[in-house]
Design a protein around this ligand. Sequence first.
Ligand SMILES: [Zn+2]
Ligand SMILES: [Zn+2]
Length: 187
Amino acid sequence: MSLERTVKVLIQPLGRLDVNALGYVIDRLRSSFKLFDFKASRRHMEIPEHSYNHERGQYDSSMILEELYREYSRGVFESAERVVGVADVDAYVYGLNFVFGEAQLGGPVAVVYLARLKPEFYGRPPDHALYVERICKEVIHELGHTMGLRHCPNPRCVMHFSNSIFDTDYKLLGFCLRCQSLIRRIL
Ligand SMILES: [Zn+2]
Ligand SMILES: [Zn+2]
């Protein structure tokens, strides 16, 4: 993609996180996307306690997103144009069993959840490369939403909706031509 403008993206860990994996994610994203300028946040942020739903044993994603937006509005992320929170938990939104992530459509904040991106979650042995690749896809997917993109019908496009981890593994780490041209128009 040849674009003059880059979008400053801050990756914000939420709660306890394997920072090593996050380092690999940022390296991989930097080498794959010229459109975004990725930076890891050194700020410590907790997952808001009130967002935990004890009955479900999951976090309410919308509450986490809201909290991130509140912090963004207060200016704590400084010059970042987009902030993607990353939390090593399982989360849901109203009406769905779980989500891999959530974003404000055309807004500045998004969150990605790691629990269901680990091969171990599905009874498989740990696979670092696969885990990193999945995180990258979900981060780019949610970033696409913050850019105003909706879900894409192309199952190989990163903007395709992931109903399960199979969908995530099937899609590529990149926008299809249609989504690329949509982003160009938005920028
Ligand atoms: Zn989506
Ligand atoms: Zn697409």
